[in-house]
Write a protein that binds this ligand. Structure first.
Ligand code: FUL
Length: 450
């Protein structure tokens, strides 16, 4: 066990012994996964026929004529997301009911048979154009489960599914993330069969072949599923990563749609694959818009707790902001997002630990009053720290302030309001020298003085 009693901020880049003691099984991210993690905060757009039927899961027999947003503006979605601090948006191109938001050549169950834009619309196009205009990356969700298709459950459906993927990943420029949902099989319309269908989760989709297809069309894409390979589901829909959260996990022990949620939540220090956690959660109780939930938009406090529990625990936060029947993000959600981004700016714009001196302790230029500590590892060199402790020097002695297990790309620790000019850190790693390259002290004004 290697114990480092110094915080190596700023020194690490020039450190010549940085790989000493590195274990040969240290798993590293791809450059695309590092870029992915650096986004920190991204958004989900659940919008489809469910928006008009007031449902969460359509049965698959809904008429395309129901899809008729009165004043859809994808640029409003992108503007709201950008102002909220999101770096990417992911659209439900097809949810479980099978309705397609683009005029797919392979089905009639799409926008081309809706009254919207006289049947000439292509929402995937409007969405990707709007994201690019606002400097956001674009992702797409294509539900593997399709309750509309007669051939769902047969091999023909897999062929259909891959053709749709090919349309989406060929015709809309760069797609940065593709979302493969785990929900699968059950009752549905299935072209009029109206029955229950179960598929073999291990074998039916032949995911390896689908992943190969995806990478051949979009080499830099991040593939989301329970089992990655780009990023993994964090194991709950509350947006909360484990207090211990490894970006490593063993993909062979995961099955899309049937993985152990606790394992997904914490990852695995001995995991053979780098698959960081994506923390999905909706700003409302539902994933789709329901007027009855206008008063149930999450409070600012709830959003901040989610932020600390996701971005603050080595995860990427994927916050769903569902447009309403107009095709606009509702005023209540917009207002909450503004409050949230203001809080993030006010809290994290100024690092109170700037101008520090690092020796065997961290000396701050002056006494600092803070209640948040931010730490981060240089994840391009792997996730190494498995335990850490922080002490503050007060009244002539060292006092324990915080301790924990993993750090990863970013760890935000909520601590009691502390006034000090000196801190001491202990990091433990079995995977080589801890590479701490982020350190900050901040003040959550809501809790200051408590
Ligand atoms: C789940 C789906 O069943 C929900 O409808 C939603 O899309 C959520 C993000 O994933 O598995």
């Amino acid at each position: 066990m290697f114990i480092l009693l110094m915080l190596l901020i700023g020194l690490l880049q020039s450190c010549t012994t940085d790989n000493k003691g590195t274990h040969s099984d240290l798993v590293l991210p791809t450059p695309q996964q590092v870029d992915y993690q650096e986004m920190e905060f991204i958004g989900f757009i659940h919008f489809s026929i469910n928006t008009f039927t007031d449902k969460e899961w359509g049965y698959g027999n809904e008429s395309p004529s129901l899809f008729n947003p009165s004043s859809l503006d994808a640029r409003q979605w992108a503007r709201v997301a950008k102002e909220a601090g999101m770096k990417q948006l992911i659209l439900t191109a097809k949810h479980h009911d099978g309705f397609c938001l683009w005029p797919s050549a392979y089905t009639d169950h799409s926008v081309k048979n809706s009254p919207w834009r006289g049947g000439e619309g292509d929402l995937v196009k409007e969405f990707t154009d709007a994201c690019r205009e606002y400097g956001l990356k674009c992702g797409l969700y294509l539900s593997p489960w399709d309750r509309n298709r007669r051939d769902y459950g047969k091999s023909e459906y897999i062929d259909y599914y891959r053709k749709q993927l090919t349309e989406l990943l060929t015709n809309y420029g760069e797609i940065s993330e593709i979302w493969f949902d785990g929900a699968n099989g059950g009752d549905g319309f299935y072209g009029g069969a109206n029955e229950i269908r179960h598929i073999d989760r291990e074998a039916y989709y032949d995911w390896d072949s689908t992943f190969r297809l995806v990478y051949s069309l979009q080499p830099d894409i991040i593939i989301f599923s329970d089992a990655g390979p780009g990023c993994r589901w964090i194991g709950n829909e509350r947006g909360i990563a484990g207090e211990t959260c490894w970006s490593t996990i063993t993909a062979d022990s995961l099955t899309i749609g049937a993985s152990k949620q606790a394992y997904l939540n914490t990852g695995d220090p001995h995991g053979t694959d780098w698959i960081p956690g994506e923390c999905d959660v909706s700003i409302r109780p539902g994933w789709f818009y329901h007027e009855s939930q206008d008063s149930l938009v999450k409070s600012l406090d709830e959003l901040i707790e989610i932020y600390y529990g996701s971005v603050g625990r080595n995860g990427v936060l994927l916050l769903n902001i569902p447009p309403d029947q107009r095709g606009l993000i509702h005023e209540a959600d917009v207002e909450r997002l503004q409050e949230f981004s203001e809080f993030i700016r006010e809290t994290f714009d100024e690092n109170l630990a700037s101008g520090i001196e690092v020796s065997d302790v961290v000396k701050l230029p002056d006494t600092v009053d803070f209640n948040l500590i931010m730490l981060g590892e240089d994840i391009a060199r792997g996730q190494r720290v498995h335990s850490f402790a922080v002490e503050s020097f007060q009244h002539g002695e060292w006092n324990p302030l915080a301790s924990g297990t993993t750090i990863g790309y970013k760890r935000i620790l909520e601590v009691p309001s502390t006034v000090t000019s000196m801190l001491r850190f202990t990091f433990e790693s079995e995977k080589g020298t801890p590479m701490i390259t982020t350190f900050g002290l901040y003040n959550d004004a809501r809790k200051a003085g408590l």
